[in-house]
Design a protein around this ligand. Structure first.
Ligand SMILES: NC(=O)c1ccc[n+]([C@@H]2O[C@H](COP(=O)([O-])OP(=O)(O)OC[C@H]3O[C@@H](n4cnc5c(N)ncnc54)[C@H](O)[C@@H]3O)[C@@H](O)[C@H]2O)c1
Length: 283
């Protein structure tokens, strides 16, 4: 079975930065790649702050903090992106993801494992035309990646079962709970959770309640975050795109119609916490 020493994380946004932190803390040499140097700088600062907080809380030792920081390399240079496992966490767009995987495969070859952190794009569609389909799978972390325990490991029609076993091993090394799932639209969590977001938005659209009430009520009912706070954390562009992909993949059922309320926010560029404005304002 392939031994993973180096993990490449592509995309240094909300998810990529958390996955890279997790990878480095878990002992892997880690490369974090993004096209945008400003986002990479922000990720570097964010990881350093998070590791410092973990050290202060006694979750990791000073030595682990230092070793993890030294294990991460930040780069905008694709030529440096050589690894045993490449985890892609870039924009939720099939064409752009496929293009990146093609370039990574040319650089890395057939031994590397290629995994996508996509929330909703079918693994079988991502792998169409890919050089090494048996080496390709889904590895879906949840937000924030260093905190959330669940990782969905998605087996495509052509994925070698040994690759799934390696990814399960990596997730366990990261102290996560890996769950194997099939390549169904939205996989498991994002399919089930669609209603959590959509019904809340439909109710607000129909003026049955406002966003603050919806969040307060769901939190009082036991959810850690209400739907609107959670969508702001996820990113409204990502969440809206997942809704569209799942809806289309299931032949556009009325019950899963994407919300116009969310589309308006996305069109206005109010994407949630990452742009400091979404359903709420973040100063
Ligand atoms: N946000 C969430 O809660 C969440 C949870 C689980 C999975 N995901 C999935 O993870 C992926 C990333 O989501 P995110 O929220 O981190 O997005 P994000 O918008 O925060 O970050 C995406 C990053 O990708 C970079 N990028 C875009 N094209 C690139 C390319 N060709 N090469 C390298 N970098 C590129 C951008 O510069 C940006 O920094 C998506 O597929 C999303 O569906 C998101």
């Amino acid at each position: 079975m392939a031994e993973i020493q180096t993990i490449l994380v592509c995309g240094a946004g909300t998810m990529g930065s958390g996955i890279a932190q997790l990878s480095a803390v878990s002992g892997y040499r880690t490369i974090l790649f993004d096209l945008d140097s400003a986002i990479l700088t922000r990720a570097e600062q964010q990881i350093s702050t998070q590791l410092q907080k973990l050290e202060e809380k006694g979750v990791i030792s000073k030595e682990t903090n230092k070793a993890a920081s030294e294990r991460i390399q930040f780069t905008t240079d694709l030529n440096l992106c050589k690894a045993d496992l490449a985890i892609e966490a870039i924009i939720e767009n099939v064409t752009i993801k496929k293009d990146l995987f093609h370039k990574l495969a040319e650089l890395n070859g057939k031994e590397t494992i290629y995994a996508s952190n996509t929330s909703s794009i079918s693994i079988n569609s991502l792998v169409e035309g890919f050089m090494y389909p048996a080496q390709f799978a889904g590895m879906h972390f949840f937000n924030p990646a260093p905190v959330m325990k669940l990782v969905e490991i998605i087996q495509g029609a052509q994925t070698d079962p040994n690759i799934i076993a390696v990814l399960v091993g990596v997730a366990k090394q990261m102290k996560k709970i890996p769950v194997r799932c099939s390549d169904a639209p939205g996989f498991i969590v994002n399919r089930v959770a669609r209603h959590f977001y959509l019904e809340a938005m439909y109710m607000v659209e129909n003026r049955h309640l406002n966003i603050e009430q919806a969040d307060a009520i769901m939190e009082a009912a036991g959810f850690k975050m209400g739907p609107f706070k959670l969508m702001d954390l996820i990113g409204l562009d990502i969440n809206y795109s997942v809704s569209n992909i799942v809806w289309e993949a299931l032949q556009k059922p009325k019950r899963l119609t994407p919300s116009s309320l969310q589309k308006e926010k996305v069109d206005a560029g109010d994407l949630g916490k990452k742009t400091r404005k979404g359903f709420y304002n973040y100063l």
